[in-house]
Design a protein around this ligand. Sequence first.
Ligand SMILES: Nc1ncnc2c1ncn2[C@@H]1O[C@H](COP(=O)(O)OP(=O)(O)O)[C@@H](O)[C@H]1O
Ligand SMILES: [Mg+2]
Length: 308
Amino acid sequence: MNGPALSIQTLDKVYANGLKALDQVTLEVRRGEIFALLGPNGAGKTTLIGAVCGIVQPSGGRIEVFGHDNIREYRKARSHIGLVPQELTTGMFETVWNTVSFSRGLFGKPANPLYIEQLLKNLALWEKKDTQLRMLSGGMKRRVLIAKALSHEPDLLFLDEPTAGVDVELRKSMWAQVRRLREMGVTVILTTHYIEEAEEMADRIGVINKGRLIVTEDKKTLMHKLGRKELLLDLYKPLEALPPSLAGLGLRIAEGGMRLVFTYDPAQENNGVVSLLDRLREEGVKCKDFNTRESSLEDIFVQLVGDS
Ligand SMILES: Nc1ncnc2c1ncn2[C@@H]1O[C@H](COP(=O)(O)OP(=O)(O)O)[C@@H](O)[C@H]1O
Ligand SMILES: [Mg+2]
């Protein structure tokens, strides 16, 4: 079987209070990729994960996990999924070993101490296997949650805001951990409101806002598309409208006609700046001053999310 790990079609969720948390979400996540669902707080990320994991009942649409309908074949679908929830709640007096083994049992899987041992070693938790959770550092607790989520050998792992409220060092070690999971063949879907995290981790990125998936794109394409620079040209005389010869270049008028803004891709050799300057001269448009400005990913994200 070679279909996608996850296929979501026109998924809707309206909560009992009338709030539309998901609005016609359609998405496919490929096997073996790290997919980042990027969106501000309240965008619907946790709701989406909940719907896939059978925690939230969708109002419409369809979800398949490795080809299994997550309602008609719930147990099969769910057995493929590991979930690392946003909130850390777990029995603090249990040992690492017992917690993780117990989780596996919940999925009706026969005990497999060798698998659990390997898992704990992979997550650098082996030394702590007999330690109670309450004695662990924050980073280790997070890793225990991952071990729990992987205890039943799922091949699709959800990480809901894995590094929210976590310090920089721990964030980096989490990122390394997630990469290792991919090397183990696990498909990873993580949610985040950190652009940097999506940029660092993801093969593909989906941007969600107000329950709508605005963009789904390969990271490189997205970053390329979004990684723009602006050339700001301050004019001597205001321009009321763009002369026809300057139309279609991606030029816009700002500051009441006193400024032209040209957006271009700095990565491209033929980025249009030189020919723009030529055309301005031909048109007799004179510039008093010019500046360039790099649109940060933050800017772009805000713009993307603000537009929708
Ligand atoms: N059980 C619920 N009842 C009503 N509204 C909810 C419930 N859970 C979440 N919401 C609302 O749905 C929207 C999406 O929430 P959520 O999926 O948690 O977003 P995110 O994880 O992206 O921050 C938010 O406006 C939130 O307040
Ligand atoms: Mg959330």
